[in-house]
Design a protein around this ligand. Sequence first.
Ligand SMILES: Nc1ncnc2c1ncn2[C@@H]1O[C@H](COP(=O)(O)OP(=O)(O)OP(=O)(O)O)[C@@H](O)[C@H]1O
Ligand SMILES: [Mg+2]
Length: 746
Amino acid sequence: MKVESLPISEQVREVIIKSGISELYPPQEEAILAGALEGKDLVLASPTASGKTLTAELCTLKHVTERGGKTLYLTPLRALANEKYQEFKKYSGIRNFNGRPLRVSISTGDFDRNDPWLGRADVIVCTNEKADSLLRHRSKWMDEISLVVADEVHLLNDSERGPTLEVVLARLMQINPEIQILALSATIRNVEELAGWLKAQYVTTDWRPVKLNEGVLLQKEIQFKDGEAVKIGEHARNPALNLVVHVAKSGGQTLIFASTRKNAVSLARKAANELENLLSKPVKRSLNLLGERILATGERTRVSKLLAELVKGGAAFHHAGLGGSHRKLLEDAFREGKIKVLAATPTLAFGVNLPARTVIVHDYRRYEVGYGYYPITVLEYKQMAGRAGRPKYDKVGEAILIAKTDDEQDYLMESYVLAEPERIWSKLAVERISRPPVLSTIAAQYAKTEQGVYDFSGKTFYAYQYDPRAIKIVITKILKFLYEEEMIDVGGKDVFATKFGCRVSELYIDPVSAVFIRDALRARAPVITDLSFLQMIAYTPDMYPKLRPYSSEIDELTLFVEQHKDEFMFEPPSELDDSLEFEDFLGKAKLALVMQSWMDEVTEDQIIERFRVQPGDLYRLISSAEWLLYASHELARLFKQKDLVPLLKLLRTRNAKGVKAELVPLVRLEGVGRTRARILFNSGLKTIEDLKHAPIKALTSLPLIGSGVAKKIKEQVGGFVKSEEWKKLRKGEAAEQQSLTEYYRP
Ligand SMILES: Nc1ncnc2c1ncn2[C@@H]1O[C@H](COP(=O)(O)OP(=O)(O)OP(=O)(O)O)[C@@H](O)[C@H]1O
Ligand SMILES: [Mg+2]
């Protein structure tokens, strides 16, 4: 089917043709024949890279330009939300139903808001969690959504994050029974069942625009699914690295999936070693610049230094522990073909379009504390494999698993390459998982009676797949808990949320966390210090990651607990009664200690070394603490614990910036992070007043403060600057900018 003959408006057709697409792929055509453009609900299950996004774009434009509707585009990952947002931006020039230029918005963060500005957008791209939080705030414009796209809908099967997507979809169908649902995935086996729940039609295809050759590498030979065998040269001991060299020699790029961050880093390191001699001079030059750019972004840590070093060798690692700006730099450089090898954790497994001719699935087993090794699912393998051979970039793709023995080769061929993905099962009916949605159902008044809550749960995928009575038992227990903890109340048949319950639902925390916080704020430690609050939040189930004390730390932590007993909101259990519980207590004390070190300006490297936490875990810890301190602040206000409110507010800023209290006024300035603030403070510039009166020279003579930063500071603090000095500053800034662009030019 030609784009020319599509039943869409002329302006849309033009944009699509201009983007280089003139003919639909067969799965797109089938979706349209199944009524996607006429508003039919549809599950589109079609291989990776088969162009499912364009189907979603066409439906979106139909709603937005011809029906005056709005589209919510749901994705599981921020990286994917960004990619989809960029893709939708190509339609910005066209007119919506009301004749206004089409607006696309993206929203992935900050959960305690109803974001009315999003209501002005025609297309909203967001993560499933963000959509959930918007629904809890009853953002008015959510009622106007006429099409919801659930991308990577197999996420329903994920035990942690699947239920959020499930509740969002059930809720949207509840608010607007007319809403059109378009669910997309490459890997659903029980499509019929999923479509049954959504009351949708379904289309399944095995068509892929670029051939994907799957195989297993054993020593020097890859055995492909289609029977072909290919020999590769032998340079290193690790066969995966030989494959990397084999691909690079023919000008291809490789994406390696590793099971842990540590493995990703180690593979990138080895790959950089192997590639060094294969890189041309101009490529090396541009990689050197990229390395410098990585160092110039964010705080310099051991991780960023290592990353910069490896990038110079043409390889990099990519995982959730890297800051967003570093990840973007790497993704862009890989897209531009500069980086030849990217070793990633599964954060890049879903949906993204990258020029990887070859994907290596390096580890098919994963390790979990307390669980041991377990093999990944076929679904996950197929998703990773599907990153290879994307139509924009390659004519053919290959996905390779690594075997150590003949038997393992057979096993991998059978269990992954030739296997079908698993069925998708709802993971909703677990008390911990269902507690937040049950509360939000009542708090946002999606149900006003107990029966209403049961009715809603009856509309979930869980109820469709299993016996609805099973989920009813879980819900009854949760309702009892919420009632006892005074988050909900009843009057006759009515059930409604208390102020406490409403706030907890909006704050997007587990009701159990809220109970811990409320009780601690009321009972209080004998002596209140920063540590009291940090221990309090470390206790909540929302604190992530959990830390376990290493055996070498036990004595030191026990002493720490002994010394600070009076400051703790929760008392230590007896070591003798229950040693496991005591160890758990020490783990929480360790968490509090890590957070305190961060706020006491201990460097990232020192924290990582002393506590043996991964850099990514430190970031996650800071962001969990940010959210929980905010929630604690809000609950302290609600429960009128007035004296604690300012303490929590200060702690929140200190946590966000990683500074002692004395630096707080300085880090509020744009362009001043914890390193610069400390430099200013130690030079005697301790307050905004000091900065206002300081001569420009006093600023620019300090390390890490050039003309650009000095100007930015002065603009913010005000104060008198002589006009010649201002001119000089501007010149200085311009020169700095110039040298930076020279520096970064590829
Ligand atoms: N009709 C078409 N003609 C040419 N290229 C197309 C067409 N439709 C889509 N593409 C291109 O194909 C690539 C893959 O599309 P898309 O990302 O939508 O795949 P997908 O089916 O969502 O895969 P995944 O399951 O991995 O998410 C994109 O780069 C897109 O621009
Ligand atoms: Mg996709």
